[in-house]
Design a protein. Sequence first.
Length: 339
Amino acid sequence: MKQIIIFILTLASLNCFSQNSLSDTISIVNDFNNDNISDSLTIYTFRKTTKSIKVYNSLTKQSFTIGGRGSYNWSKANFLEIIPLPEELVIPANEILLDTIIQYLLPNFSEPDPSLDWLIAGYQNKVIDTTDNLFSMTLTCPISKHDTFSYPEASFKIISKDTLPVFWDRVCSENYIKYKHGILVYYGQNHRSRDFEFQTDTISNNYEIFSTSHGILAKKEQKYSWLFITDGTLTGGPEKLRWKSIIKIKYFNNHIILHQVSGIGNYNKIFIINPENGKIGLLRIEDEYFCFNSPKCFDFEVKESKLIINSRRTQECYYDKGDIETLSFDMKLIIEKLK
């Protein structure tokens, strides 16, 4: 017994030593705001990633700590994260100080691409209507056209709380209520999911439709536009972005039908997208055999202007066709509501 206790204590001490050896502190003293008084940054890192920065600002003679980003990568459902900023950091006199902080908080992060603008617009225009028998949720993201397509990467943008009030309230704790500005961090690299990156889904007379693991974009007349992005808080999505959420896309009568998989139990969702005006509707599907069935047992097709959703009730549906249950929606009515 004594030997076992000694062994456990030895392992614990080795773990503490290992953890400490991965931590580091970097101190920087400089006059960042040109007032002839030194400011200081104390940067705390773990595994070479900045966990937090303690700042002394000579203009206000105050110290404060800015929390670093978490070990995000593919581990969560949201593309976005907010790092709140004290008001004194967003004034012009502290521009160099803020730039230096960002350099250590978000090294190698790029300028945001248009997919981030789509997410921001989505949060600003999301509507949940419990009385609508057709759509349980709608989004309207104005179409923004671009000459080139750049694959999303990790990026950031300084925003005010009013830019994304709903998202801010959901992701920030009560300790952040006093803040009015923040760094909006976008983990755009998560559009790559494991071995999947990008594919062409549809080529029609009007559009070329492309998809990433979690996004849809279109090309028309040599212009690119983002049309949809899976994000846990915005559209629902898988618990981890490394799990591909966009399963099937079909182009019908100038509209896009999307099968998205999200949540525990492979929750199936059908979105309809109008690529001309950016309106999106989430079909109201409440039958659990459709919602929570395996994506392998769930499919859709369009016949004579009817959107037909098929769900097989047998667990062996992937190998054995089994019995089919169906739901039917009128595409004419759907298209009318998305005008």
